[in-house]
Design a protein around this ligand. Structure first.
Ligand code: BV8
Length: 252
């Protein structure tokens, strides 16, 4: 079934009994003022991924990595959710936890601030810190510190690190994600370039299920065609903050 570009504001009907899997990327937070990664003035324009978003980079220069995340924490403390975050929170309340699942690649807190009750942060969370020693029993904790005159250390003596999934590390809760992917009828990605795996591959699960006779749909909503556009049934182009409010209609 070829990917169709349909009018961006054409309502998306969620029919009785259908369940929804929503994957969000940096694009949903763009209108709140949080920088994306790969757009014009994206984060990766100023920083080499290898230096600030890999375990090797942290090993080599933890001060640089803490400076990178400290700057993002400081900026994230100044921003507010936008209508796209609030629209997803309203949809979650309307459908309930059985029929609505939100998985985000984002590490900011804007889904929660916009009213979402359950958010799976598959790439971790900006405002959580953990011990860098995997053998340490101390759990990740909420942390809004953004200046680090000295490197933060755990009671065990090891360096603390951002509770973020770096490149080369395994995203969190993949089994739960796969379970919900297999149970959903409608898969919607919002604001993601489709450049990072395994998240960019989730939509292919829907293709595979349709090839096995299941009645499933996949829709992309974002400013420009993502790298994995050909795997979606529909592409809706436009800013999430404008498109999302009122985009979904629910039939009980
Ligand atoms: C793993 C935390 C194994 C950091 C992040 C070769 C081929 C394929 C894969 C690989 C490969 N080599 C290596 C890999 C694997 C690698 C990968 O995918 N690399 C890519 C770069 C090739 N992946 C990994 O290492 C992952 N781990 O594979 O482990 C494994 C996996 C499963 C099971 C067992 C083993 C770990 C990846 C996680 C890395 N960490 N984040 C941090 O945030 O500081 S990824 C980083 O990119 C962010 O999390 C971000 O969310 C994510 C994806 O980016 P997007 O969200 O899509 O953001 P982007 O800027 O790219 O795009 C924004 C989009 O929004 C644009 O399309 C734009 O048009 C749109 N937009 C802009 N404004 C708006 C808008 N849309 C709507 N409205 C607007 N207003």
């Amino acid at each position: 079934m070829p990917t169709q570009s349909v009018p961006a504001t054409q309502p998306i009907a969620i029919t009785a009994g259908e369940s929804l899997f929503v994957l969000t990327g940096a694009g949903i937070s763009a209108e709140s003022g949080i920088r994306t990664f790969r757009d014009g003035n994206g984060l990766w324009e100023e920083h080499r991924v290898e230096d600030v978003a890999t375990p090797e980079g942290f090993e080599a220069n933890p001060a640089l990595v803490w400076r990178f995340y400290g700057q993002r924490r400081a900026q994230a403390l100044t921003v507010k959710p936008n209508p796209a975050h609030r629209a997803l929170a309203a949809l979650e309340a309307r459908l309930g936890p059985e029929r609505f699942f939100l998985c985000t690649q984002n590490v900011d807190h804007l889904h929660e601030a916009g009213g979402s009750a359950e958010v799976l942060h598959m790439h971790g969370e900006l405002f959580r810190t953990r011990c860098s020693d995997p053998r340490c029993p101390k759990l990740p904790f909420h942390d809004e510190r953004h200046d680090f005159p000295t490197l933060p250390r755990c009671d065990c003596g090891a360096l603390q690190r951002p509770h973020i999934v770096w490149f080369g590390e395994i995203p969190f809760e993949m089994r739960r994600i796969e379970r919900r992917l297999r149970a959903s009828h409608l898969f919607v990605t919002i604001g993601s370039s489709g450049a990072v795996y395994p998240a960019a591959g989730f939509v292919r699960e829907m293709l595979y299920r349709r090839e096995n006779g299941e009645h499933v749909r996949s829709i992309y909503v974002g400013l420009e065609r993502p790298e994995n556009a050909d795997a979606f049934d529909e592409i809706r182009l436009g800013p999430a903050g404008t498109l999302l409010p009122g985009l979904f209609t629910v039939q009980d």
